[in-house]
Write a protein that binds this ligand. Structure first.
Ligand code: ADP
Ligand code: MG
Length: 702
């Protein structure tokens, strides 16, 4: 069993090759402990276990080649390059390097051998591999690797090789990971042990079948589901001993907001606001999920709840996943609440020392009634005076544990303990919780995943919205699409251009976005082209987003950083590249960036060949409906167990490894396992929950 704290044997710097800088980079991938690294599973594999004979090379596929160097010629065509001719008993292939050092040129000598791994393409001079990974050998090279090579998600400055080496190190360590191996063993005898499953997924044998790998994923998914349900049950058990501040109807400042909004609330918004405000009147802690499609107007609903807390002289904390979103909320809440004399602050990770001190004081004195922030809200320096309500936006990014941490922040202050002791119940005081999500999931899954929560649904979009018109086009028609942009810009509308080229690294994505921005700037000199991607600092991202919102940019080229919650109502076209790689929920989220104003919006989904059957189905679904719940139902149908390839891992995952669609069939059973376990083995239950909880907030809390 795990009985050591994250501090002693979990610190990543104990690994060879991890210093402060690598540690910081791993943090960007949300890897903070060895366990996190262990659970950072590859999203695909390369087969370097056998060399392909040169007469059997397949075009556009990554392959391992072992051959002799026949000739090396620098070539001075349009672009300088080094052409290395390779041969084996069966045929020939060229290796072409555009960037190479003198050392490389000297190292590559006819008569020596190379082993290279890369994709093969046609060229004027026959088959060639451009910049493959290669190693030079004096003699005939030894046998290739015995296991498939994992490919991991990584980030700028952290190479595939580095992260591979780190995962390998962790796998070789005698790590004690808690598991339900015994508890789950009789359920399915073909299911591997947890550790075996993790190892298998990091380093499969070449002959491991897809089913075998899928079973390994299922094994981990079951563990994670059980941990999730255990966490929820613990929370529920605690809830019996908890009370919240009752927030009765008071000055009715909400009425004033309603008059000043500039739009009429939808019927659905009105209904959920009533549901929420009614529940806030009681001192039983609210635990409510607010589900509403992208653009359905959840933010303003949150504002009404925050107003209710403020007019009772209590604070509201609003937790969001990204700084962009935090800034955007700050803008909205200020506009809505400041006329009502309710002070709103933003606690950003990027505040200067003086500003930060001032903000912290406003929070601890209770002057700031609404506090918006990212993870920065978890820091131990943050003390609320009288926190009565927490609102978590885009909740899938935050685990149960994180919400608990935020909740615990309210119990420390004096005023709170005083009021608590005045209460006859004498229970622990916790804030009411409102959790908002734009990820529509099928109703059956909602009922299982959120069985312990009340659910409010906004099932209607504001009246002014016209349904987005979606077209699916082959990448070959990109020029046509580009040519159509100036007309849109001239009519005063704006455009998103989303690049999602490569899934391995935000660095490569960023490069793709830069290239696209350059290309668009060159082709459309009359338009103002903007750019945001993951390599921008938060501040630069914000500046660029603000410029876009203000209309100072016509086309915003972006990576998927624009995905979550960003609101620029004047944007009426979104073009998304490489959509064959994206999952339905991410496509839907991205498309939701437009259609937020009152003009007709369009979405163009570009795909490149080859388009697999499932990808084709997904695009068809996107073309046929705008309804997030319908899309979610289709997603559930399209993604059976074992379909792990082909969709990009997104930040909006509710679980680390389990996928609610792919593993939906395991949910019910996992819930029952949790039911039994929490009674029969509370100790193990605790260990499991803590193992699976997100470590980021725990670390922020020290
Ligand atoms: P989401 O539910 O995706 O978080 P937002 O809260 O960001 O959606 O709202 C999207 C946009 O719609 C915002 O510009 C918001 O001000 C606007 N909006 C919200 N409710 C209404 C309404 N009832 N009528 C018109 N516009 C609305
Ligand atoms: Mg939102």
């Amino acid at each position: 069993m795990k009985n050591s704290s994250p501090q002693d044997n979990q610190d990543l710097t104990q690994l060879v090759g991890v210093g402060p800088s690598t540690k910081e980079k791993l943090g960007r991938l949300k890897i903070y402990t060895m366990e996190d690294l262990l659970l950072h599973l590859p999203f695909r594999y390369q087969d370097r276990t056998r060399s392909v004979a040169l007469n059997r090379l397949r075009i556009n596929e990554e392959q391992l080649v072992t051959a002799e160097i026949l000739d090396v010629t620098p070539s001075f065509g349009r672009r300088r390059s080094l052409l290395v001719s390779l041969g084996d008993d069966t045929g020939f292939v060229n290796m072409r390097l555009f960037h190479y050092s003198r050392y490389q040129q000297q190292q590559l000598k006819p008569g020596l051998f190379v082993r290279c791994f890369g994709s093969v393409r046609f060229s004027q001079r026959g088959l060639e591999m451009v910049h493959p990974e290669y190693t030079v050998f004096e003699e005939k090279p030894p046998e290739p690797e015995a296991e498939l090579t994992p490919v991991y998600h990584t980030t700028e400055g952290l190479s595939q090789n580095k992260i591979r080496a780190l995962c390998k190190q962790v796998l070789e360590k005698p790590l004690n990971i808690p598991s339900l191996d015994l508890e789950l063993s009789d359920a399915s005898s073909i299911s591997p042990k947890l550790k075996t499953a993790i190892k298998r997924l990091h380093r499969p044998n070449p002959d491991d079948s897809a089913e075998k790998l899928s079973l390994a994923r299922e094994r981990i998914a079951r563990e994670e589901f059980v941990a999730y349900f255990l966490g929820r049950k613990q929370q529920k058990q605690n809830a019996r001993r908890q009370v919240a501040f009752a927030l009765p109807r008071g000055l009715s400042l909400g009425r004033i907001l309603q008059q000043q909004l500039g739009f009429a609330l939808t019927v659905a918004q009105g209904r959920v606001i009533t549901e929420i405000l009614l529940e806030l009147e009681s001192d039983t802690p609210m635990l409510r999920l607010l589900q509403g499609d992208v653009g359905s107007g959840k933010t303003v609903v949150a504002a009404f709840a925050a107003i209710r807390a403020a007019e009772n002289n209590y604070q509201t904390a609003i937790l969001v996943p990204t700084e962009i979103l935090a800034e955007q909320h700050l803008g909205n809440f200020k506009q809505w609440l400041e006329p009502l004399k309710i002070e709103v602050v933003l606690l950003s990770g990027k505040l200067g020392a003086a500003q930060r001190k001032k903000t912290l004081e406003a929070i601890s004195s209770g002057k700031a009634k609404v506090v918006i922030g990212t993870h920065a809200l978890f820091q131990s320096a943050v003390h609320f005076c009288s926190l009565a309500l927490t609102i978590v936006d885009e909740q899938h990014r935050f685990g149960v544990e994180q919400r608990l941490l935020l909740r615990n922040k309210s119990s420390g202050s004096e005023s709170v303990s005083r009021i608590a002791s005045e209460k006859s119940t004498g229970g622990e005081i916790v804030p009411h919780q409102l959790v908002m999500t734009a990820t529509p999931i099928p109703r059956t899954l909602t009922m299982t995943l959120y069985a312990d929560m009340d659910v409010s649904i906004i099932d209607e979009l504001p009246k002014n919205r016209l349904p987005i018109k979606t077209r699916v086009l082959s990448e070959t028609r990109k020029t046509e699409v580009i040519d159509s942009l100036p007309k849109i810009a001239e009519s005063g509308r704006q455009i998103y251009w989303v690049c999602t080229l490569i899934e391995e690294s935000d660095q490569l994505d960023s490069t793709a976005a830069e290239t696209a921005a350059n290309e668009l700037s060159a082709l459309l000199p009359s338009l103002r082209i903007g750019l945001v991607h993951g390599r921008f600092s938060t501040q630069d991202k914000n500046t660029e987003m603000q410029k876009f919102k203000a209309g100072d940019i016509d086309v915003l080229v972006a990576t998927t950083v624009v995905e979550v919650g960003v609101d620029a109502p004047n944007a009426s076209l979104i073009v998304i590249e490489n959509t064959e790689r994206l999952g339905l929920s991410q496509l839907h989220q991205l498309r939701g960036r437009v259609g937020r104003g009152d003009s007709q919006s369009h979405c163009i989904l570009l795909y490149s060949e080859p388009l697999g059957a499932t990808a084709k189905e997904r695009l068809k679904v996107m073309r046929s409906t705008n309804d997030g719940f319908k899309i979610a139902e289709e997603d559930l149908k399209l993604r059976g167990p074992g379909d792990l390839q082909g969709t990009r891992q997104t930040g909006d995952k509710l679980f680390r490894i389990a996928d609610i669609f792919e593993h939906a069939h395991l949910m019910q059973e996992s819930m029952q396992t949790a039911d039994t376990l929490i009674v029969e083995n509370p100790e193990l239950s605790k260990t499991i929950v803590s193992f699976w909880s997100d470590k980021q907030s725990e670390l922020a809390n020290v």
